[in-house]
Design a protein around this ligand. Structure first.
Ligand SMILES: Cc1cc2nc3c(=O)[nH]c(=O)nc-3n(C[C@H](O)[C@H](O)[C@H](O)COP(=O)(O)OP(=O)(O)OC[C@H]3O[C@@H](n4cnc5c(N)ncnc54)[C@H](O)[C@@H]3O)c2cc1C
Ligand SMILES: Cc1cc2nc3c(=O)[nH]c(=O)nc-3n(C[C@H](O)[C@H](O)[C@H](O)COP(=O)(O)O)c2cc1C
Length: 589
């Protein structure tokens, strides 16, 4: 290491000997200060645990925060980090890493973990011989790539030489209990290993801040707030066959707060007609009560209305059903994956009851087979600055035909039709860290949100108006027909006239012979998009994950390739850089 020793001025009142002595003294002084600065910190007094979450809609993140708080009560110094911050994490220097990650798309990482996975799975990733770890995987057994991301991360840790301290647990949508069991198994193993191991390991740090305690709100996930419906109107006009509603709920008195980009989780109530049909074909007395976790003993009808998923049939439900039904075809097919997939295709609980009757001994036995009714997420469509005490949603009612019956989406039908004016729906706010407006108000934003994907962008625009953001705002919206499906037209017209909405590009897919989608509009404007990106714009996508989001990404990459003069690899790296800088954010479902 070299040190720059300042010159002693020519006119300083020193003889040549004094000058030489002073130079040597200052040199030694600089060296010793520098050595002090590079000294390792004092030995840590508390063991450190790094929690990493890969999370799209907040479940994995919330679990990490809860576990970190518990571990800090046990004398650890936990730190919680999102995988989007992977470039600030040196895994080789971490003694204990606890990863909670969900899986999205079709076996893909959640958006905040895309960059992490690219690096972690590459040859550049350093070996991890000094790291102990465990993985909790969140997923949904309805997907064939169940918990794929958690499985891949777990396997990669082993490849890199890390030591697994507790087995991975793969959770279905009812993840709370298995997640808790995973955490307990981690704690048990940590107790066996002893904290000294983690104190002496590189990476333990006395200076790490403890994880922030979650806000102590009276209402939240565990105690959802009954939000009263203030106003609802249809966004699709006659004669559109679609039914998308703008819904305004009151949060008055809840203590709940949200930011634009967050989602609202809603607990639906099942269709009473379907509940009554199921009760009519099962032999139970409707006055019978059943035991439901967190609710205690409640009437069977109420349990089926509010607590149980009375539609979804998973592979594991089918297996349990087969064991009870003695139905020859079902029992003959249950070990054959192809036959099971065929049975599961489009089948619901009511069909199972009709097609493969079971002689349930008690109502509790029936309820025990069903999954818990899970909350559904909706992107928040309002800014709290413009609508204090309220939260707005844009909900498309799901309805389709299967096996000769009309099937109605549980939550969307409840919100669009079942919920009456003045009635309430239980909600909590699901913060979405990966989908946020730039804090610098001078930054430009490009928003791509066809269909219900418009929801967060209505909120973004309201927020940009309220905060008098100086950055430009460009919106891409699309739907089948301009005349019937132009959601929030008056609001956007007003914002366009006032200059809040700098540009709006519209894709009406069925107003002409050939289909036009938002990705086509992006291609039409690719040079301008490239110019905005180069000027620092943030690019947001919300809505359909299956077709729209990949097509938009392909169009974006084309624009980067063409106008950035890049090959495929360089364009992909450019996009990854945007993602890492939080300038390419998606909220797709
Ligand atoms: C982060 C996030 C944000 C979201 N934001 C919004 C939003 O702003 N607005 C919005 O409307 N939705 C939004 N959603 C989707 C929403 O959460 C629900 O998934 C949607 O409303 C359907 O829920 P449901 O209870 O009505 O339907 P469910 O009862 O859950 O039924 C849906 C299921 O029915 C089946 N199905 C649906 N259509 C068909 C078909 N044509 N043929 C065969 N099977 C079919 C599929 O298995 C599907 O999973 C968002 C989702 C996420 C994850
Ligand atoms: C559009 C979409 C795609 C999903 N894809 C998968 C999948 O391929 N495999 C899986 O196990 N779970 C999948 N899931 C389920 C999520 O992993 C699960 O809901 C998880 O609890 C979300 O956790 P998070 O909020 O931390 O992201 C998917 C969910 C959605 C809405």
């Amino acid at each position: 290491m070299s040190y720059l020793i300042p010159d002693i001025p020519e006119d300083a009142p020193f003889s040549p000997e004094q000058r030489a002595w002073l130079r040597s003294y200052v040199g030694e002084l600089i060296k010793s200060i520098s050595a002090m600065q590079s000294c390792p910190p004092d030995a840590p007094t508390k063991p450190r645990a790094l929690f990493l979450f890969g999370s799209q809609s907040g479940n994995a993140q919330a679990l990490c925060e809860e576990f970190a708080e518990n571990l800090s009560n046990d004398g650890w110094v936990p730190e919680v980090k999102g995988l989007e911050d992977h470039d600030k994490i040196d895994l080789a220097n971490e003694a204990l890493v606890l990863v909670v990650t969900s899986t999205w798309g079709e076996g893909d990482p959640p958006d905040n973990a895309v960059g992490f996975w690219e690096k972690f799975s590459s040859d550049d990733q350093a070996k991890l011989p000094n790291t102990r770890y465990s993985v909790l995987a969140l997923g949904d057994t309805n997907y064939s790539d169940f918990c794929e991301m958690g499985k891949k991360v777990d396997a990669r840790f082993i490849e890199l030489g890390a030591e697994r301290i507790a087995p991975r647990v793969d959770c279905d949508l009812d993840y709370e209990d298995p997640a808790e069991a995973w955490f307990r198994s981690v704690v048990t193993e940590l107790e066996k290993i002893g904290t000294d191991t983690f104190l002496s390991s590189a990476g333990s740090s006395p200076g790490s801040a403890p994880a922030a305690a979650p806000e102590d709100l009276p209402y939240g996930k565990k105690n959802p707030f009954p939000a009263g419906m203030k106003h609802r109107y249809r966004l699709n006009l006659e004669p559109s066959p679609r039914d998308t509603r703008h819904i305004e709920l009151s949060l008055e008195g809840s203590g709940l707060s949200y930011e634009v980009g967050d989602a609202l989780a809603t607990y639906p109530v099942n269709d009473p007609d379907l509940v009554d049909e199921i009760l009519s074909i099962l032999p139970f007395n409707t006055k019978v009560s059943v035991e439901i976790k967190d609710r205690g003993k409640i009437l069977l009808r109420d349990a089926l209305l509010e607590c149980c998923d009375i539609r979804t049939v998973t592979k594991s439900i089918l297996k349990k059903w087969a064991a009870m039904s003695y139905h020859p075809y079902l029992n003959a097919s249950i070990e054959d994956d192809k036959a099971v997939a065929k049975i599961l295709d489009g089948i619901e609980i009511v069909d199972l009851i009709y097609e493969f009757p079971v002689d349930f001994k008690t109502a509790q036995d029936f309820v025990a087979v069903l999954r818990r009714l899970n909350p559904r997420l909706y992107s928040i469509a309002s800014s709290p600055l413009k609508n204090p005490g309220e939260v707005h949603l844009t909900v498309a009612r799901v309805s389709y035909e299967s096996k000769g019956r009309t099937r109605n989406g549980v939550a969307s039908t409840f919100l669009c039709q079942g919920l009456e004016e003045g009635g309430s729906v239980k909600v909590f706010v699901q913060p979405t860290k990966h989908f946020k407006l730039p804090t610098d108000l001078s930054k430009d934003i490009i928003m791509v949100g066809p269909g219900t994907g418009i929801a967060p962008f209505r909120a973004f625009l309201e927020e940009r108006e309220a905060t008098e953001a100086t950055g430009r705002n460009w919106l891409f919206f699309g739907n089948p027909h301009e005349a019937t499906d132009y959601f929030y037209k008056e609001e956007f017209d007003r914002m366009h006239s006032s200059g809040v909405l700098t540009r709006i590009d519209l894709a009406w897919s069925r107003d002409q012979a050939h289909k036009i989608y938002v990705q086509d509009k992006i291609r039409e404007n690719e040079e301008e998009i490239w110019n905005w990106l180069e000027a620092g714009a943030h690019f947001y996508v919300c809505g359909d994950a299956q077709y729209m989001a990949p097509d938009v990404e392909a169009a974006l990459l084309d624009s980067i390739r063409k106008f950035g003069g890049m090959d495929d690899e360089a364009a992909a790296a450019y996009l990854e850089k945007l993602r890492a800088e939080h300038r390419y954010q998606r909220d797709v479902y």
